[in-house]
Design a binder for this molecule. Structure first.
Ligand code: FAD
Length: 465
């Protein structure tokens, strides 16, 4: 076992860890990032994501003439979570979001653009930014390239943060484990826990999220709950362990996300009997369980050529298309045979939805079809409900400092899936972008606060409410 001393140790090289490292390095602090997975460039949640990051009041919105504000975004979060989201974290993230995304574009060179072709459920205006191919791997690659250009950041991979000891005053002692189980003690003035949540840990999922325990897991392979283990070592507060992001349409057997943009453009989900089973526009997260409850535990997304064209901007969708995951038929009868249903009731299901297109009258589930009707040829994608990641974890304050008994622990921060999120309880509070906003936003805030602690002359601008 060897020993080293640094300014900031960051555990995890996803969006949260890299944002923390880059923001701390803006103030010339020495940062070491340890990342356990050799394949993290493709297997972290960040790399698997679609790169949507919401921000209210950004310059992209101004350029598009969209009026928005952190207050409006905060209200949307509170509305989606029925008032359950942690108000401190939600306020901190909605306030920092415009600064964050502009920093990501200008200092981290992430080519963000405003998504205006469809709006995810729960956002009252267009405010999500994404990279052009809507691929988290692309956004992650840009962040890693920026890390590579900073001489003050060292990325050590594979290396896992095993333990944190805060008993000595003034510094923190961490143990990291590298290849061949070689352990090293790192003495640091600050540590950022950015190891994501526990969605890849079956027992923890059964314990905290029983409703989704048998679902397909479609998330980072190393989300094994290390944050909770590390948190226990320092007596950290935890919250919202029953909170998660699900998804109602992961294509099977391909295991590729079938974007919910299809639904927002007018697609419907039918079961193998050819009937719809709810208002799909409530949100993809809460639709995972209803899909799993259908006969066989799956459903079919039915779309048309207009929706196909709109979804083609997503790399994942193009991959699915190329893999033959979308099957087409010019007739209801042909579609019925793909779905394994009878032509009736499938035909009536489609006819009813089409009759309500562009109307303000809701259907029997409460869905309002604001788009054009589906027209043949029809495309069909077989999908199931999945668990993407957990949204509960270490409770932090508005500077991403981990709390113990409600008081911040000096020098210890958490960000992203490692921290308690802003999605309330269960699956229905997840608003598109909550995941990356918590990751990038808390990471950015942590790095900025670390820098201020190390150099108290640095000022932090806060938009307090
Ligand atoms: C298919 C899909 C699409 C999504 N799309 C979006 C989207 O468009 N917008 C959005 O906001 N959210 C989206 N999400 C959610 C989003 O991906 C996550 O909320 C976010 O990426 C979490 O970032 P993170 O840095 O906390 O975790 P990760 O990106 O998973 O990074 C954590 C890293 O920590 C490493 N690690 C774990 N334990 C240790 C340890 N002990 N020591 C060192 N390293 C460790 C892991 O290997 C991993 O690389 C999506 C998720 C999925 C699965």
């Amino acid at each position: 076992m060897t020993s080293a001393s640094i300014d900031v140790l960051v555990a995890g090289a996803g969006a949260a860890g890299l944002a923390a490292a880059l923001s701390a390095s803006d103030s010339d602090l020495d940062v070491v990032v340890v990342e356990t997975s050799p394949s993290f460039r493709s297997s972290s949640n960040t790399a698997m994501s679609t790169s949507m990051v919401p921000a209210a009041g950004s310059r992209w919105q101004s350029a598009a003439g969209i009026e928005d504000s952190p207050q409006q975004f905060y209200a949307d979060i509170m509305s989606k979570t029925k008032g359950q989201a942690d108000p401190v974290i939600a306020r901190a993230l909605t306030n920092i979001a415009p600064e964050l995304v502009e920093w990501m574009a200008d200092s981290v060179n992430v080519p963000f653009e405003l998504v205006t072709d469809f709006r995810y459920p729960g956002h009252s205006v267009d405010r999500c930014l994404a990279v052009p191919d809507r691929s988290g791997a692309t956004m992650h690659r840009h962040m890693l390239e920026s890390v590579g250009h900073r001489s003050t950041i060292t990325l050590m991979n594979p290396m896992r943060l095993e333990s944190i000891d805060i008993r000595s005053s003034g510094f923190i002692t961490c143990v990291v484990e590298g290849p061949d189980h070689v352990r090293e003690t790192v003495t640091t003035r600050s540590v950022v826990i950015a190891t994501n949540g526990f969605a890849a840990h079956g027992d923890l999922v059964s314990q905290h999220l029983p409703e989704i325990e048998h679902a397909l897991y479609h998330g980072g392979s190393e989300s094994k709950g290390d944050s909770l283990v590390l948190g226990e070592q320092i007596n950290a507060d935890v919250a919202f362990l029953d909170s998660y992001q699900g998804h109602g349409s992961v294509a099977i057997p391909h295991g590729v996300i079938m974007t919910w943009a299809a639904v927002m453009q007018g697609a419907v989900l039918v079961n193998r009997e050819g009937v719809r089973f709810g208002d799909e526009t409530v949100g993809y997260s809460e639709y995972a369980v209803p899909v799993l409850e259908q006969p066989g535990g799956f459903a079919w997304v039915v779309l048309d050529e207009r929706i196909n064209a709109a979804c083609s901007v997503f790399k994942d969708y193009r991959d699915l298309l190329n893999a033959g995951g979308i099957r087409w038929s010019a007739t209801v009868e042909g579609l019925a045979s793909i779905v394994g249903a009878e032509s009736e009731p499938l035909g009536s299901t489609l006819k009813t939805a089409a009759s309500l297109a562009c109307e303000s009258t809701p259907d029997s589930f409460g869905r309002v079809f604001t788009t054009e009707p589906l027209t043949p040829p029809y495309g069909a994608v077989k999908v199931t409900g999945a668990l993407f990641h957990t949204q509960g974890g270490l409770l932090v304050d508005g500077d991403a400092r981990v709390l113990s008994g409600g008081t911040p622990i000096n020098g210890v921060y958490a960000a992203g899936g490692a921290a308690a999120g802003i999605s309330g309880h269960g699956a229905s509070g997840y608003l598109a972008g909550n995941g990356l906003l918590s990751a990038l936003g808390l990471g950015y805030l942590a790095g900025r606060h670390v820098a201020q602690v190390h150099n108290p002359t640095i000022e932090i601008n806060r938009d307090e409410e």
